[in-house]
Design a protein around this ligand. Structure first.
Ligand SMILES: [Mn+2]
Length: 428
């Protein structure tokens, strides 16, 4: 069987705000973290050794990475070229220039003709010769309107209509590549895209407001042994039936706090015509830790925060401490004491959030635990507002009318909810 390592969403050079400058190297520690994790992936590819490496896109935060970042990426992938392991670098949305075609940051590998390296910046079939035989890879980079549509075709159309048109164009374009396939060779689709679980036909509705998404049914084809994806940072298999597995390996490092609870890793695949095994391989990456505590009712808020801190293992973690506090308590907190308590963290931020004074009821009758119907509540309020005495009866009339109409409004709301598409994935 042919062994493949599938990794994605490296985002090398992002998240610098969560690191600090390493005085020995002059580099941001988060760059060093990302490079270390990437080198683990490459180590594994060499140690197996695998016959092919597939990168699912988003190498850097944008198409013009700093030279030091670009070089760190190249130094890792060069190890694959040195070991004669064929590698496909797919172009993700972060690798594309906002103007023009292609992924400038990755196309340099094609320009330099790095042996065994393929840059996937078009929908295209590649037949790759590996140590264990041939394999077919169809590359499907991040699609934009300029990839499949011409300017006159999109003139005057809404974003929603353009997305619909893109799907209509993608289907036959992909079909064209599928017809070129040699039926005797194993095949992988490598795509950087957002998948919709919806079945074909509902795209028009589902495309609203969330950019271009590809229906799962377009990817779930019997011609593919494996569908290797990139773009979504949380690892998942979108096809529980596993025929074919449709896999996001996820990002290799935590890019921000939204990934705090996600396991990070890559995927090892063994493949031959009609057969595939895959396994998620976790990476040991730097922990992120959010500590959120409400001390607004505490007499000693500082001790309360320190107690919360003591319960968590924050060693070498990227920590954010958020505490909710009343403004008159602020003097009870010594920031230096908190900084001392956080000093074993890799990096930290401290964010006090003021509990809104407006939220505290000024009328005891309207406090928590008291139940009044809306009209009684309004009357209580108006009793305390002498300035509104003149229009008191008008206000009460208007309120009564609103309350009587309540049912109609609820129906309308329900109607809107029923028609709003539910998105199961986060766009990245
Ligand atoms: Mn992406």
């Amino acid at each position: 069987m042919i062994k493949v390592l599938h990794l994605s969403d490296i985002h090398l050079g992002s998240g610098f705000s969560h690191g600090r400058i390493n005085p020995e190297t002059g580099l941001n520690t988060r760059l060093e973290d990302f490079v270390k994790t990437l080198s683990f992936c490459i180590d594994r590819a060499l140690k197996e050794p695998v016959d092919l490496v597939l990168f699912g896109g988003d190498a850097f935060p944008d198409a013009t990475p700093l030279p030091v970042v670009q070089e760190a990426f190249a130094a890792q992938f060069r190890r694959l070229a040195d070991a004669n392991i064929p590698t496909v670098l797919l172009v993700g949305n972060h690798d594309q220039h906002s103007q023009g075609n292609g992924g400038a940051s990755l196309c340099i590998y094609r320009t330099l003709a790095v042996p065994g390296f393929i840059v996937g910046d078009k929908l295209e079939l590649h037949t790759i010769t590996t140590q264990k035989g041939q394999i077919q890879v169809i590359t499907l980079p991040w699609l934009t309107r300029s990839t499949l549509l011409t300017r006159p075709e999109t003139e005057g159309l809404s974003l929603e209509q353009i997305n619909y048109l893109l799907i209509e164009k993608l289907n036959p374009a992909l079909e064209g590549e599928i017809r070129k396939l040699d039926p005797h060779l194993p095949t992988i689709l490598l795509g950087h895209l957002m998948v919709d679980r919806a079945t074909l036909g509902a795209e028009r509705l589902l495309a609203v407001g969330k950019g271009f998404t590809v229906p799962l049914s377009i990817l779930s084809r019997p011609e593919f042994e494996y569908v290797a994806l990139g773009h979504v940072h949380k690892h998942q298999n979108l096809n529980k039936d596993n025929n074919p597995p449709i896999i996001y390996p996820g990002s290799i490092e935590r890019v921000d706090f939204s990934e705090e609870k996600e396991e990070k890793g890559f995927v090892l695949v063994e493949i031959e015509k009609g057969k595939v095994n895959w396994e998620f391989c976790p990476l040991s990456v730097r922990p992120f830790c959010t500590l959120e505590v409400n001390v607004s009712e505490q007499t000693d808020p500082e001790t309360a925060i320190l107690n919360t801190l003591a319960k968590k293992d924050i060693n070498d973690a990227v920590v954010r401490l958020i505490y909710h506090i009343r403004s008159e308590q602020l003097d009870l907190i010594n920031t230096a004491t908190l900084q001392e308590a956080l000093s074993s963290a890799h990096s930290y931020t401290i964010r006090p959030e003021l509990v809104s004074q407006l939220a505290r009821p000024r009328l005891p009758e309207l406090g928590v635990g008291t139940h009044l119907d809306p009209i009684e509540a309004l009357k209580t309020y108006l009793n305390n507002r002498d300035d509104l005495k003149d229009i008191e009866s008008d206000l009460l009339d208007a309120a009564q009318k609103l309350l009587n109409n309540d049912n109609t409004h609820e129906d309308e709301l329900e109607d809107i909810e029923n028609h709003s598409p539910k998105n199961q994935l986060t766009l990245l």
